[in-house]
Design a protein around this ligand. Structure first.
Ligand code: ME8
Length: 476
């Protein structure tokens, strides 16, 4: 039986279309998923939309559309974008789906109740709609939430609380022992420091009359399950947890990797593991916490209005070029700045003058001088490439492809096989054959990043043909 591999992305708020940041998380997940499929793992890739939120209600009313229609429209846009980006997801979960998601959220709630970890308390606090969370005075600047640019609401109400504090030490132990691995190290240290200070209990429900959407608390319709207890559960409800048919859950849980941005680290590395421990369920194995794509030095975000729409780049350069750029030039561990000029320069260097040009040169020599297609043996993938994937350093894996391309370019320069065949045919053909074999390795290594290009290169090699037009036309 092949090994299972379950990988997830955050579920995104459908209050606006996705930008490069969201495209990044999803592309990373897809690249890893495709790599694992090459290893013959039984892969399950989950993505989706986080729909039970006031943000959507507000966005819909601002657009003058009824909420469901608004949601359906935006979710369709998500899916269209994912298709253009070649995202090979197995399921797209929508948390408003009462059949798929709600039984799981309610079953999780019941488990927390059974563990004695849910408690009704009266609560006073500052609520930031942008955060979907209560925030503290300390986080404000002049009374305004600096991330969302608006004042929080003063709220006083009865909520159910989750006894998160009880799990501080258990979660800390899991992370320290590496049973829940947090990548990169800086994020692991950040969360360990937070756990060191101790966790406070958190509000897990809101009064039903104050929120227009959400999943009813089992046994108390006057309350609705609050955002995070609802959203985080998507990772298991999607697999059938809480439903009659939970085959997928049995097969794929615990997750091998949750991909998240650093903004939701605390939820995934503290609250989620605590919920799972309380529910007596296994913890995910790894969290890959990536940084932000910044634009002009600031986090790319709807609120700041500095977003870059991936579909504009896709229509000019193609989905595969956008995937390769994200992998090659955005760090999976730290923040990275993005500008349209840097994109074009990278496209020309990596793809037009890089992979595309190399493939054309080698394939032309092969077509001109080799009598028949060479038989490709299962040639070796560099160990460094495998290692990069094992450590989730996707940028390094992409870099190895670029390094291989540069090395092959140099070899052509040094050996001049197109001249050599004229003076020493056997030797010249041997060099060309070697180059074709190495190009095939490049093609294989490209598979997770650019599945179509990878296929094209391998097919051209098998047919001993050069491409009829450049794989990546140069952009002026
Ligand atoms: O937080 N750079 O949804 P969201 C890189 N629904 N990644 C970015 C980014 C940027 N500038 N901006 C956003 C939510 N992201 C919740 C998640 S999960 C159970 C619930 C990515 O629509 C990054 O992955 O605000 C971040 O964590 C996620 O989008 C937030 O998306």
């Amino acid at each position: 039986m092949s090994k299972t591999f379950y990988i997830t992305t955050p579920i995104f708020y459908p209050n606006a279309n996705l930008h490069m940041g969201h495209a990044y998380s999803t592309t990373l997940a897809d690249i890893i998923a495709r790599y694992r499929r090459l290893l013959n793992d039984d892969v399950y890739l989950l993505t989706g939309a986080d729909e039970n939120t006031e943000k959507v209600v507000r966005a819909a009313s601002a657009a003058n559309i009824e909420p469901q229609g608004y949601l359906d429209g935006i979710v369709q846009n998500f899916k269209t974008l994912f298709q253009k980006l070649h995202i090979s997801y197995d399921q797209f979960i929508r948390t408003s789906d009462e059949k798929v998601h709600w039984p799981g959220a309610q079953a999780m709630w019941q488990r927390l109740v059974d563990a004695g970890d849910i408690e009704k308390r009266s609560y006073q606090g500052l609520y930031c709609v942008g955060h979907e969370a209560f925030i503290t005075e300390k986080e404000l600047m002049n009374g305004i939430c600096p991330e969302h640019g608006e004042a929080p609401q003063q709220i006083s109400e009865e909520n159910y609380f989750f006894r998160l504090s009880k799990y501080t030490h258990l979660v800390r132990g899991k992370i320290q022992r590496g049973e829940l691995e947090i990548i990169p190290e800086t994020r692991r240290n950040e969360i360990l420091a937070l756990l060191e200070r101790g966790l406070e209990d958190v509000s897990f429900s809101r009064p039903s009359h104050k929120v227009s959407v959400g999943i009813p608390v089992p046994g108390d319709a006057s309350q609705k399950i609050y955002v995070w207890c609802d959203a985080l559960v998507n990772y298991i409800s999607a697999l059938g947890f809480g439903r009659v048919d939970d085959t997928l859950f049995k097969q794929f849980w615990p997750a091998d990797v949750h991909i998240i941005g650093k903004d939701i680290l605390r939820f995934h590395a503290a609250i989620w593991p605590a919920m799972l421990l309380s529910a007596k369920l296994p913890l995910p194995k790894r969290l890959l916490v990536h940084g932000f794509i910044t634009s002009g030095g600031k986090k790319m975000s709807k609120t700041l209005g500095n977003v870059i729409d991936p579909s504009v780049l896709i229509s000019e350069y193609g989905g595969e070029a956008v995937r390769f750029f994200l992998a090659r030039h955005v760090s999976p561990f730290e923040d990275s700045d993005f500008t349209p000029t840097s994109f074009k320069d990278a496209y020309n260097a990596d793809l037009a003058n890089g992979i595309g040009n190399l493939a054309s040169r080698i394939l032309k020599m092969a077509e001109d001088h080799l009598e028949e297609p060479i038989t490709i043996e299962e040639n070796l993938i560099p160990e460094a490439y495998t290692h990069a994937f094992d450590t989730l350093n996707i940028q390094r894996a992409a870099e190895i492809i670029s390094e291989t391309v540069a090395r092959l370019d140099r070899r052509i320069q040094e050996t001049q096989p197109f001249k050599l065949v004229k003076t020493d045919s056997e030797k010249g053909k041997a060099v060309i054959t070697e180059l074709v074999v190495d190009l095939y390795t490049v093609g294989r290594m490209l598979n997770p990043f650019m599945p179509e290009t990878s296929k094209k290169i391998k097919e051209l090699i098998k047919g001993n043909r050069m491409p009829s037009e450049p794989l990546f036309p140069r952009k002026a």
